[in-house]
Design a protein around this ligand. Structure first.
Ligand SMILES: NC(=O)c1ccc[n+]([C@@H]2O[C@H](COP(=O)([O-])OP(=O)(O)OC[C@H]3O[C@@H](n4cnc5c(N)ncnc54)[C@H](OP(=O)(O)O)[C@@H]3O)[C@@H](O)[C@H]2O)c1
Length: 336
């Protein structure tokens, strides 16, 4: 079988195909025949970390979907032929996050990811795919969709009539838009591109603001909300966006802290949050239980992920370059 490994050479990292023996599932484990993987901004961070040395031989990509092909002893809840996805964290099954779950993030520094023809995983880390979706679509869900769901719906309680500000038209942003649309919340969306804003309006965004041509977008958000601000903000930018997000939040509002698109280590002035009685929710993707609940919602509302482009697995380095270019709208998928 083919696997794909991070390899560091001459100051840069890329991903190489290798041949390895087919893995056998042990007790409590399942072997999946993988059909698709999807890319996340995090995969660029992992690739860049690998370029500084280390991570050689790590299988990348947190997200994957496939079909159960073999079952180890004691597995009760899955059968050969089931369509499933792996949860982002192998070990975060339910309940609140614990720091001990962090190393179990698939495709990270300490746990292999999904870019392989076959993957063996504990059955507890799997969720059944929504029945209306293909494996290519299911592969878009584990990181971006679960993050948007957990942050906006579980933690920040997004409801009909709320106003959600979203930064950008990448994976997390567009799942946030689709969930808000299904819930009945009003979306204000930021993008660097008028063409992407037009596409986001077709998906239900009510207000589009180009953050390149309107760098003071917080003023535009206040203008679009009669001076009140957005009740919910999906904060994806980081240091370059945080101050404006805080200036955009409504009284009693919620900032869902997710992204690092402009770097790490935001140091915003938090006083306005105090005056506005607003909350920040820090989010790291979500649990298996969040993924299951989200899939029920996705099934009930027949939501389909927005897919920008599908690459062959052998073109994984081109797929990552496309993600880095920022030209995409929604998810980039690799077919296995
Ligand atoms: N905490 C967590 O658990 C978690 C989970 C998933 C993702 N994340 C983070 O969330 C962020 C988004 O991830 P993703 O995978 O959805 O990324 P992505 O698909 O690569 O989307 C990136 C998009 O964000 C927009 N963007 C970039 N800079 C921006 C800025 N300064 N202001 C507003 N929008 C900007 C751009 O959209 P336009 O082209 O429309 O301008 C860009 O295409 C990343 O920082 C990622 O690390 C965190």
């Amino acid at each position: 079988m083919k696997q794909y490994h991070l390899q560091h050479a001459d100051g840069a990292s890329s991903i190489f195909e290798v041949e390895v023996p087919l893995p056998e599932p042990g007790a409590g484990e399942v072997r999946l025949r993988m059909e698709a993987s999807s890319l996340n901004y995090r995969d660029l961070l992992i690739l860049d970390a690998a370029s500084k040395g280390g991570l050689n031989g790590r299988i990348p990509l947190s997200d994957g979907a496939g079909i159960v092909e073999a079952i180890g002893d004691g597995v009760q809840n899955f059968q050969v032929g089931d369509h499933v996805a792996a949860s982002f964290f192998r070990d975060w099954l339910d309940g609140p996050f614990r720091p001990g779950y962090m190393p179990s993030a698939h495709g990270g520094a300490e746990t292999n990811g999904m870019l392989a023809e076959y993957v063996v995983l504990p059955a507890t880390a799997l969720v059944r795919a929504p029945s209306h979706l293909s494996s290519v679509e299911v592969a878009c869900l584990p990181c971006a969709a679960v993050t948007a769901w957990h942050g906006l719906v579980v933690r920040a309680g997004l409801r009909a009539g709320d106003t959600l500000l979203i930064q950008g038209t990448g994976g997390v942003g567009l799942f946030g838009l689709q969930f808000a649309q299904a819930i009945g919340a009003r979306v204000i969306l930021l993008s660097s591109s008028d063409e992407k804003l037009a596409r986001a309006r077709e998906l239900g965004a009510k207000v589009g603001i180009n953050y390149r041509t309107t760098p003071e977008w917080d003023a535009a958000v206040l203008a679009a909300t009669d001076g009140e601000g957005a009740s919910h903000i999906l904060e994806l930018g980081g240091p370059d966006t945080y101050e404006r997000s805080i200036r955009s939040v409504a009284a009693g509002g919620h900032i869902v802290q997710v992204g690092v698109l402009t770097g790490f280590g935001s140091t915003p002035d938090l006083m306005r949050l105090q005056w506005q009685n607003a909350d920040i929710h820090g989010v790291t993707v979500g649990s298996v239980a969040h993924f299951r609940a989200m899939n029920r919602f996705i099934g009930d509302h027949q939501i389909r992920p927005v897919i920008d482009r599908i690459f062959a697995a052998s073109d994984i380095n081109d797929a990552l370059a496309h993600l880095r270019s920022g030209r995409h709208f929604g998810k980039i998928v690799v077919r296995l």
